[in-house]
Structures are given as structure tokens and as C-alpha cells.
Design a protein around this ligand. Structure first.
Ligand code: IMP
Length: 430
């Protein structure tokens, strides 16, 4: 049984915790897109880890972690993360597999990310400044450098010299030296080489041996380059199709899809957020939800649950179920609003418009539900939730059309409700 776990909103849904919880049931965890723009927060061994590139399964002994061809890798960021995990006493050894076809983020990509944002001015995306977009640009323009290229220093030298010279012409006052870049890449290969493999072949053999695989998404559906709120998106396919293209596995390899969504909505960076709350309520959600970027520390924009957006994620990804996270952040609020449709230029839309100008002109149509006074924080069984919290979850299930198989009530592993009668219960069976 292989499943995909991915974000059903604008990222930061709490995927790290859910993947970590599921991991004991899987032998392999594979990342298929994104890079160190992701920040998957996991609490384990009594401490907090923010995993950026390494799949969240790395914290579990015996689990093999795969970085697919769809991921873009900054070698220095990867090594820093490996060192951090190793310093916490977690052995990586041969548990890591990196695709030879994954593209590298090189120093000029970071410079170009900053430059492009500065030049866009008012129209800036609000990127994480990690060089993600420019690295994917080079991939699509067929001039990128792939992990496997590091094995052939001669061919690599000519490509890097060409790329650095071209970038030095674009980046004002840049004096980037191709030899320095190459020297770093040589060192990177010496360290990374033993982990590099044909990932598609590895996963195909793993499937033949019936080894259970979890496909781990980064960012979220509404940040997908094709299906998200373009152009305010990341540069990869965070939706289900990314699993196949980003790892070289066929669609039939995916037996189930679990979407992760917060019990409210957040977004970091620019772009429309239809249910955004800018006043006191927005601050209240940000403070109680600790909504500050795991990677950049930026305050996240907060708003009510947008069921139109999540319903869209259900459709695009074929979600079987949702893991609803951070329910406890809503504790103590007298009333909760849920966006069930958008009102746009006099028409009511029940589907997410693809055009950003149209989305920006939309007003959310809200349904109001009663809040709860008893805390849900740390509650471990659905029956123990206050009746209003159960009704809230039930209403979200009704509007989005998928069951909330998991409800998370705190950051610790234990603060989780796994619904016994749900379709996803077997995914969590130990
Ligand atoms: P980039 O991925 O750095 O190019 O940023 C593009 C957009 O995606 C920006 O709005 C970022 O804030 C957003 N973004 C990228 N990665 C994440 C993430 O892991 N969580 C939430 N937002 C993200």
C-alpha cells in the first residue's frame, strides 16, 4: 500500500507531523518536488526539527528516504540539514537516496531570485529567496545542472563556466567565479555521490518487493505551478501529478491520497487569500497558531477555513481523506466562519476561478458555526471533543465531500485523533 500525503491549501498545513505519524507503517518516504523552501516541522526525541529537503521519514530508524528528480537541491542546505540530524544522534547511513536527475540550486540561482523579486516591485511573488524559481527555470530551459552531472567534472566545468558567465552579465556587479562554484561542486559530489541512484528503478524494485512507500508533498495545492493561484505560486507541481513526474513512478503506484488542511487558512507571500482576516481575529489566529514561517520566519497571513479552496484540492488530487490540523487553535472562539462559496461581480461561484484578477474580486460567502469553550488541545478521541467541535468537523466534511480521517489537536505526535472508522485508518495501523 503506497500513499501520497500532500497539502490541500497554500502550504504549511502541518504535513510534517502527519508524515511523521504515518512513517512507522512505511518503509520508504519519497519527496517528489520543491526544495529547501519547504519547512516540515516535526517534534521527535524531545526536540523540534525543521526538515527542508530531507523527507520527514528520516527521523525514524530503518526508513529509507528518497529525494526525487522533481526536487531542486542546494547542496550546502542539504549538508547542513544532514549535519543537524546527525548531531541529534540520528543515523542516516545508507538510508538516503538522491536522484541523479534532480537539479541543483547553484549560488547564482539565489542571486537571481532576489534580483527577480526586486525587479518585479509591486508584482513581487514574496518568494522564500532560496533560488527555487530560477533553478526550475534553468531546468525547463534545458541548461540546468543535475546531480548526476557532478560525476563528470570535465563536462560539468564547461557547463558551469558558461552558466556563470551568462549570469554575471545579468546580475549587476556580480563577480561570481566559476572555479569557486566548481570547487564547491567537486566537494559536494565527494559527499553526496554514495547516495546517488536511479530513483525510478529503486522505487520500481521496492514495489515489486511490496515495500510500502509514502510520497511526501511539499508546499500545497494552491501553490502548484499549474493548478495554483498563478503567478503567486511556487515553481513545481505540488499536486498529485508531481508524484509521477518527480519520482518516475506510474499513477497506479499510488493507492491512496491524503490531503492535509488546517482547520483555518494561512498563506505566506503575496497573492489573493479570499478569507484573509487582517484585524484582531487575524492576529489572534497568528498568535495562537504560531503562524510564522518555518523557513523564513515571516508572519503568515491568516483567515477562516476556505472550503472552496479545499474542495478544489479534493478534485485536483483525488483526495480520499483529509487530515485536519490545528483544531485546537480555534479553542475559545465564540463563533467560526467557513467560506462555502465566493461572490464575484454579482455571481456566486462554488468553484475556484483560475483567473487571479477574478479571484481577487471575489468576496467569501460565509456560513457561521458556533465555537466551543472547552479546550480541544491534546484531545485524543473524536468522542471526547466538545460537541460544537465535532459539528464543525462534520460540516467541513460535508462541504468538502471527504472524511476528516485524522484530526490534530496539538503539535506533539500524541495529540492526534485517528478516526477508527475512516478510510485512512489502515494507513495508520502499526
Ligand atoms: P518560492 O517557492 O521560494 O519560489 O516561493 C513562491 C511562493 O511559494 C511564495 O509565496 C512562498 O511564500 C511560497 N512558498 C514556498 N514554499 C512554501 C512552503 O513550504 N510553505 C508555504 N509557502 C511556501
Amino acid at each position: 500500500m503506497n500513499i501520497a500525503v500532500l497539502g490541500a491549501q497554500w502550504g504549511d498545513e502541518g504535513k510534517g507531523k502527519i508524515v511523521d505519524l504515518l512513517t512507522p507503517n512505511f518503509e520508504i518516504v519519497a519527496r517528489y518536488q520543491g526544495g529547501h523552501n519547504a519547512g516540515h516541522t516535526v517534534y521527535a526525541n524531545g526536540r523540534k526539527f525543521v526538515l527542508r529537503l530531507l523527507p520527514s521519514g528520516i527521523l525514524h530508524a530503518g526508513v529509507t528516504c528518497v529525494i526525487g528528480n522533481g526536487v531542486v537541491i542546494d547542496p550546502q542546505a542539504l549538508f547542513a540539514e544532514i549535519d543537524e540530524v546527525a548531531a541529534a544522534g540520528i543515523e542516516i547511513g545508507d538510508r538516503l537516496i538522491i536522484s541523479d536527475k534532480a537539479h541543483l540550486i547553484l549560488p547564482y540561482h539565489r542571486e537571481l531570485d532576489l534580483l527577480s523579486e526586486a525587479r518585479r516591485g509591486e508584482r513581487k511573488i514574496g518568494t522564500t529567496s532560496r533560488g527555487i524559481g530560477p533553478a526550475y527555470e534553468d531546468k525547463i530551459a534545458r541548461r540546468g545542472v543535475r546531480v548526476g552531472d557532478l560525476a563528470n567534472m570535465e563536462a560539468l566545468a564547461s557547463a558551469v563556466q558558461h552558466n556563470v558567465a551568462a549570469r554575471n552579465r545579468i546580475i549587476p556587479e556580480s563577480t561570481m567565479d566559476a572555479d569557486n562554484v566548481l570547487a564547491d561542486l567537486k566537494k559536494a559530489w565527494a559527499r553526496m555521490g554514495p547516495w546517488v541512484k536511479d530513483v525510478s528503478l529503486f522505487l520500481s524494485e521496492a514495489r515489486q518487493q511490496n515495500r510500502a512507500i509514502m510520497f511526501e508533498g511539499a508546499q500545497g495545492t494552491l501553490l502548484d505551478i499549474d493548478h495554483g493561484t498563478y503567478p503567486y505560486v511556487t515553481s513545481s507541481n505540488a499536486t498529485i501529478g508531481g508524484v509521477c513526474t518527480g519520482l518516475g513512478v506510474p499513477p497506479r503506484a499510488i493507492d491512496g491520497v491524503l490531503g492535509v488542511a488546517k482547520a483555518y487558512t494561512t498563506r505566506v507571500g503575496e497573492g489573493t487569500l479570499p478569507t484573509e482576516l487582517t484585524g484582531e481575529m487575524g492576529n489572534r489566529l497568528r498568535e495562537s497558531g504560531q503562524e510564522f514561517g518555518a523557513v523564513t520566519g515571516r508572519p503568515r497571513r491568516c483567515g477562516w477555513y476556505d472550503a472552496v479552496a479545499v474542495r478544489y484540492a479534493v478534485r485536483v488530487n483525488g483526495l480520499d481523506a483529509l487530515a485536519l490540523t490545528k483544531l485546537d487553535v480555534l479553542d475559545g472562539l465564540p463563533e467560526l466562519s467557513v467560506c462555502t462559496a465566493y461572490r464575484c461581480n454579482g455571481t456566486t461561484l462554488t468553484e475556484m476561478p483560475g483567473d487571479q484578477a477574478q479571484l481577487a474580486a471575489c468576496e467569501p460567502v460565509y456560513e457561521t458555526l458556533p465555537g466551543w469553550t472547552e479546550p480541544t488541545a491534546g484531545v485524543k478521541s473524536f468522542e471526547d471533543l466538545p460537541s460544537e467541535a465535532r459539528a464543525y468537523v462534520a460540516r467541513l466534511e460535508e462541504i468538502t465531500g471527504v472524511p476528516a480521517a485524522v484530526v490534530s489537536t496539538g503539535s506533539a505526535r500524541e495529540d492526534t485523533i485517528i478516526r477508527k472508522d475512516s478510510i485512512a485508518a489502515k494507513w495508520f495501523r502499526r
